[in-house]
Design a binder for this molecule. Sequence first.
Ligand SMILES: [Zn+2]
Ligand SMILES: [Zn+2]
Length: 243
Amino acid sequence: MNLLIERFLSFFPIIRCPICGGVKNNGFLCELCAEKIESLYVQKGYCIRCGEPLTSEKLTWCGECLTNKRPWDYFSFYGYYRDILRQIITEFKYRGDFACLGILQDLLCKAYLKADSDFDPDIIIPVPIHKNRLKLRGFNQSLEISRKLSRLIGVPIERNILVRTKDTVSQVGLKKSEREKNVKNVFCVIGDIKGINIVLVDDVYTSGATASECSKVLKAAGAGMVGVLVVARTKSGDVEYNS
Ligand SMILES: [Zn+2]
Ligand SMILES: [Zn+2]
């Protein structure tokens, strides 16, 4: 190539898809990855309380939600934690690839909009991470993912109301009961939230232990309705997730 043309083109580097490295047309991903993400959108066939896939179309709640009342009033998610959805979350969270943030923010907005609900939140609370982990990672993924939703629905993000007071061990490899124990008494509420409706945002829902503990603490402090909103939800039997 002519050296001059080559130099000229180098001013306009091709922006690559953060997942496959392919050429990005517009948006956050290449066309192929964008299609894959769309195909993972879960529209029906899940428990409206927790997202667990249901065995029959006649059901609305899963067995677990029927026997154990969830401490939240609303739940929504974009899709199951697998394939490209898992990849994007991992790239963002553990490799700090902020090129994946825009798509995650969009998916959270879609998750919020898909729930047919009259839930009217006053504030958004991203699930907090402990200050030690924040220092290490440099950002709280749930807070970053929440930003677009906040602008879209005109609801402020409150990051100092729910505080994680203890640095817990990773939930990986823990059984459900151990996960519950691991997050027990690690959150506290600062300030007055009496009657305030809250959307609790997290990147991934696994056993529900974190969502449950946060919701309980918020409700105990007088919160009105609490909704749990996540980008992805693990399916029983699928891969483990490190919170
Ligand atoms: Zn791609
Ligand atoms: Zn359920």
